[in-house]
Every structure is written in C-alpha cells, then in structure tokens.
Design a binder for this molecule. Structure first.
Ligand code: UGA
Length: 459
C-alpha cells in the first residue's frame, strides 16, 4: 500500500478506523497515551464493547499491519498521513475543551516528516482548523504539511458497520491533492466491503442485514462532499445538532400525545414517511445522551455566542432534553414503597458507554426522590458503577433485577430486553406497571400480560 498511517487516539473512531484500514492492507500505527489501553489492544481486542471490532483488531495484529504504540517518535516520522482522533470533551461552560486536540497537533509538529497530511477526524468547533495550522507553523515553521478536516459520522454500537458501509465522506481543506489522498483511502474500504473481501474477518450476515443486500456496487463518489475547511467542520456539528433537535422535537410532541391519548410512535411514523422529514431519530423517550450530542450541541451554542449569534432553537432542544428524566419520573407514584427495576444503563444499546447516559440520570434522580432502585445492563455494569448513587442495588441479570419490584422501567432498549419473555417477567416481578421510557415495547402485548403500560407519549 502506498501510505503508512498514524492514528492518534484509540477511542471509538480512532481504533475502529485503525483496525479497518490495517485490514485493507495499510500499515497503521494506533497511538494512545494510556498504557492500559495499548496493552489490551496488543492482546488482539478492544477495551470497549463494539460489535465486530475485536475481529478486526485481531486480524490487523496478526497481519502485522496494525501496530499499537505509546510512542509518537516510533510512529509519526514514518507516516505520510496522520489522523487526529482524540477526545474533545466539554468545559463546564459548555465550550469545547481542545487540550487534547492541540497536544496531538504539537506531537505532529514535533515528529512529522515533510509532505505529511494532518487529518482532523475529531469534532472541533468551526475555525479550529485554521488555528491548528497556525499553531503547527509556529511550532515548526519549516515543516511542509497540509491539513484536512475529515469529520467522522460513525455511531457507537455500529462503529464497524458504519465504517465498512460509509454513509458519506466529508473532506475539507485548501490542498486538493491531500483531499484526493483521503478520498482514495476511504474508497478502498468501500471497494473491499462490496467485494466482501472482509468476509473472513467480519460477520457479514450481521453487517449486510441492515442494508437488505442493497449495497452491491461501489457508490462511493456519489457520497463525497469536498469542500472548504470551515464548512467541513460545521457539517459535522450541524448534523449532530439537527439529529438532537429531531429527538427533542419528538419529545415535545410526546408530551402532547400523553394529554390527548395519541400514540407518538404512530404520529412520528406518519410524519417520517414524508421523505423531506425522514423516519429516523424521531423516537421519543428519555432523550439524548452519550459522548457526542450533549457536547456538540453545547459546543455549537458556545461557538455561535463567540460570533454574536444566538441559537434559541438549540437552547430549547437542550431544555426539552434536560426535563425528560423528571417527566418519566412524574409517571410514578411518589409514595411508592416497592422497589423499581431499571433495565439498561448505557446511553444507548450496543455500547458499554455510559457518558451522559439518560438512564443513569434517571436512576440517580429516582434515588434522590427516595425510591429504592435495582438496575441491570448487559454490557455497562462496570462503567455504570462509577456513576451510580451507591444506594442503587446492582443485579446480574434481568430476572434478578425485576424480582419483587412494583414498577419496571425500560431505560435503554437493548434487544435482550425487548425480546425477553415478558409474561414470565410479570410473574416473577409482581410489578403492576411497566414504564417504556424508550417506546420500543409492544404495548398491546404488555397490556394483555396484565401490565399497566406507560410509554412516553404512548399509553
Ligand atoms: C452520534 C451520531 O449519530 C453519529 O452520526 C456521530 O458520528 C456521533 O454522534 C459522533 O459525533 O461521534 P452516537 O452518539 O453514537 O452517534 O449515538 P446516536 O445513535 O446518535 O444516539 C444518541 C442519543 O440519542 C442516544 O442517547 C439515543 O438513545 C438517543 N436517541 C436516538 C433517541 O432518544 N431517539 C432516537 O430516535 C434516536
């Protein structure tokens, strides 16, 4: 392969990209400053749960193409393309914390060879790219390099799928040649995916299922957006903000549905059939969380303020979201003496990530209000313990969680909860009420079984 690649940061974006690029034949250094993470990756697996990722990591290591390392000195000087995939947490005032972004750029400036392309995959506020270019120039004025903004759109829980079956590729920057290089790299992933070249690594049945076998030819060029640096940066944050807005909008309508006995799922299904609107991200419930939406929305509001632009529409989306846990709790009798079972703690199914998880917020608020709470999650118990009120009772499976409770709340819609034998759950739990805080259960079935069913905008 023509390029050697370094990827700084081994999170959802960095490690997934590194594992897949190494599996198509690139030599890829996957770099992190955390020794524990690198040690786990060296054993051939990921340190977080993500469907199919372990297989790609193992394959990359076996082929010798994937090189996990703590050393910038070993990796960057050998690389002609360096991706920055580091975290951008938010500061307490909602603005983006760019500490890791600039520290990665500093390492690049120190070790990069002339001609290297620096590719920003991390989500950064618009205008950051220009600042980084200036910063690298100041650190090493004679370094010849180019900068590309290449925001990432993969979602947690489907990171491998989203990288194999890329939805769209956005590249922004001043140097056309460099944009071309990045496009070529990602078009190779699609080519090999369509040819099923990865079928010895990935569970293709799982990954193809969601596409209903539609993707049989390479459509890559129709999905590329080649643009200026600032627009590329803004595309990413705007996309996440719009999706968050859709969910908050659905949640606002859900409140009205509760008062009028309409079913918000039926309403949104009817609304979403309009192609101009689209069906996705219209599930009402506990609201949005995770490592992206909350910080990207607050980051957008904050960068807009710096430019004297108000974002009342995004502030409203945040306010609606902030109220959803209390709204769900308002469906429970405040004097309930029996225990409450909460199923699901991760911010969404398919991941062990509990960052800004609406489910954890709900559990801690229930405890604050004096309720007794039992919890269970298939993948995130270890992570969740650090965030949960110590009074919460931890359990090891659904049965333990629901036994002898008065109310069951579905807080994260893991498949194993949706597909569970709810008739049996009703018997062992003795619970009278099921609160479907994700609107994913079959409400007629729940009622037949004998539950009093309460969804969010759906009774
Ligand atoms: C999100 C975007 O979907 C990705 O495209 C983007 O690349 C990523 O952020 C990122 O910036 O890195 P992610 O945070 O993994 O991905 O999760 P989503 O699937 O978007 O879900 C976010 C939250 O919205 C979850 O808490 C989920 O439960 C909630 N949600 C989602 C709803 O409440 N209703 C819906 O209809 C959909």
């Amino acid at each position: 392969m023509e390029h050697t690649i370094s990827i700084i940061g081994t999170g959802y974006v960095g490690l997934t990209t590194a594992a897949i690029l190494s599996s198509i034949g690139y030599k890829v250094y996957t770099i992190d400053i955390d020794e524990k993470k690198i040690d786990i990756i060296k054993t051939g697996k990921s340190y977080f749960h993500e469907l199919g990722l372990d297989e790609f990591v193992e394959n990359g290591l076996k082929s010798g193409n994937l090189i996990p390392t703590l050393s910038y000195e070993e990796s960057i000087p050998n690389s002609d393309i360096v991706f920055s995939c580091v975290g951008t947490p938010d500061n307490s005032d909602g603005s983006s914390n760019l500490e890791y972004i600039f520290s990665a750029a500093e390492s690049f400036s120190k070790y990069a060879k002339d001609g290297a392309v620096y590719v920003q995959k991390s989500t950064v506020p618009v205008g950051t790219g220009r600042k980084i270019i200036k910063f690298i120039n100041e650190k090493k004025h004679d370094l010849e390099f180019s900068y590309v903004s290449n925001p990432e759109f993969l979602a947690e829980g489907s990171a491998v799928h989203d990288t194999l079956f890329i939805d769209r590729l956005v590249v922004g920057g001043d140097d056309k040649n460099s944009l071309e290089k990045i496009k070529n790299i990602f078009s190779k992933i699609e080519e090999q995916t369509v040819n099923k070249d990865f079928s010895n690594i990935a569970d293709y049945a799982t990954f193809y299922k969601t596409l209903s076998g539609k993707r049989t030819s390479v459509e890559f060029n129709s999905k590329v957006v080649e643009t200026d640096l600032e627009s590329a940066e803004l595309i990413k944050v705007t996309a996440n903000a719009f999706l968050a807005l859709k969910i908050s909008f659905a949640n606002s309508i859900a409140l009205l549905c509760d008062k009028t006995h309409a079913d918000v799922n039926n309403v949104m299904n009817g609304v979403g059939l309009d192609d101009r609107i689209g069906k996705s991200f219209l599930y009402a419930g506990l609201g949005w969380g995770g490592g992206c939406f909350p910080k990207d929305v607050s980051g957008l509001i904050s960068i807009a303020k710096i430019h004297d632009v108000e974002m009342p529409i995004m502030e409203a989306a945040v306010n609606v979201n902030n109220d959803m846990a209390d709204y769900v709790i308002s469906k429970i009798d405040p004097n309930l003496t029996e225990k409450i079972a909460v199923l699901g703690l991760s911010f969404k199914p398919g991941t062990s990530d509990v960052r800004r998880s609406p489910s954890i917020k709900l559990v801690n608020k229930l405890i604050e209000k004096g309720h007794k709470v039992k919890v269970y999650d298939p993948k995130s118990m270890d992570e969740a313990i650090k965030e949960l009120d110590p009074q919460v009772e931890l359990t090891e499976n659904i049965d333990q969680c629901v036994t002898n409770t008065g109310v069951i709340i579905l807080a994260t819609e893991w498949k194993e909860f949706i597909d569970a034998d709810w008739k049996r759950i009703k018997e062992i739990s003795k619970a009278k009420i099921i609160i479907d805080a994700r609107n994913r259960l079959d409400k007629e079935n729940m009622k037949e079984i004998g539950f009093e069913y309460k969804g969010v905008g759906r009774d």
